[in-house]
Design a protein around this ligand. Structure first.
Ligand code: SF4
Length: 342
């Protein structure tokens, strides 16, 4: 077999992705995030232990391609150690946008294109270069863009974001401000303190920002959440903070607990372990969702909760309230609504 991938100094197997996918319709309008997604690569070197992406069809159905091009035997276990770039995406996107007649604009997605949901679009220089090209094309075509990243390198495109005149919002996933806890289960990702600094620089430049507290950990009590939200308010003044607790039902939860233990985060590992019991998980989810919502109100921060459907099914107290959070399809963000056709 002819493997054409090269290994970088981290041992990450890198090559190009043969996919023809450009702009994918996305179900993330249910979370008020977008109608479309662009993934600038397949794989993600951050290798977060709880990541759901390797269990999605986009990875699972492409085992032969991953084996052939990057010598991947087990796409889930090896998640974080392979990365296939889509270098020509900006050119293909430009052609697609020129031709596209109809533009989805409903169900809470507001016609927004999110970059990226299945990888980190600023994880390294090459991914960032593709991202920059895509953002420029989208803005030139008048389409709203949502950047979602864990990488402080996002500040490199501040010039593009500023010139977009409100069409681009930039967000980061900051589940917890304890760098060591986060590092234990997001081993390849930059520390949350660096994400916060980057987002602050972007916010100070007048570009709309948001935060995704996803997923928060069972070690965070109400005071921790309050302090975290207070810092967001003071340093970022975000348009919205999305929040969801961690979900122990994913197939990789065991790897998450083990990673925390291996990194010496015993308390985190033990608290995560307890969430395997459904009643404990319901109780913890309710406590955190309620706390974040109440503190947001107190501190005047727009909060958007993402309660899990299984949680809503089993929670007894406040069921209707949490159900409404799932069903609502408005957002406090001040996006200009894009045209529905070209
Ligand atoms: S940054 Fe996102 S896509 Fe990358 S491994 Fe972490 S959760 Fe998965």
């Amino acid at each position: 077999m002819n493997i054409d991938a090269e290994s970088d100094q981290r041992g990450v197997s890198q090559t190009t992705d043969p996919t023809k996918a450009v702009l994918s319709n996305s179900a993330l309008h249910h979370k008020n995030l977008c109608n479309y997604v662009i993934n600038v690569a397949t794989g993600c070197t951050h290798g977060c232990k709880f990541c759901y992406v390797p269990s999605t069809p986009n990875i699972k159905t492409r085992g032969d391609m991953l084996k052939e091009r990057a010598d991947v035997e087990d796409s889930q276990r090896e998640w974080g150690s392979y990365l296939l770039y889509r270098d020509d995406l900006p050119e293909r996107l430009a052609r697609k946008l020129d031709r596209k007649q109809k533009w989805e604009n409903e169900d809470g997605g507001r016609g927004v294109v999110m970059i990226s949901s299945g990888t980190d679009c600023y994880q390294d220089r090459r991914a960032a270069q593709i991202t920059r090209g895509c953002v420029i094309e989208l803005v030139n075509h008048g389409r709203p863009v949502r950047i979602l990243t864990r990488s402080p390198a996002v500040v490199r495109d501040l010039d593009v974001f500023k010139a977009a005149d409100g069409l681009v919002t930039v967000g980061s996933l900051i589940p917890c401000l304890d760098d060591e806890q986060v590092r234990s289960i997001e081993p390849g990702a930059p520390a949350p303190s660096t994400r916060l600094n980057a987002l602050e620089e972007i916010s100070n430049a007048g570009v709309p920002v948001y935060v995704s507290m996803s997923p928060t950990y069972p070690t965070q009590d109400r005071e921790d959440l309050r302090e975290q939200l207070r810092i967001f308010k003071e340093r970022l003044d975000p348009d919205v903070v999305f929040h969801e607790p961690i979900n122990p039902r994913g197939g990789n939860f065991e790897m998450t607990v083990q990673a925390a233990r291996d990194a010496g985060q015993e308390e985190l590992a033990n608290e995560l372990e307890k969430l395997r019991d459904r009643d404990n998980w319901i109780e913890y989810s309710k406590r955190q969702l309620t706390a974040v919502e109440e503190i947001g109100e107190e501190l005047d921060i727009p909060i958007h909760l993402w309660p899990d459907k299984q949680f809503v099914k089993y929670v007894k107290e406040g069921k209707e309230h949490f159900k409404r959070q799932i069903e609502k399809n408005d957002s406090p963000e001040d996006y200009p609504l894009g045209p529905t056709s070209a």
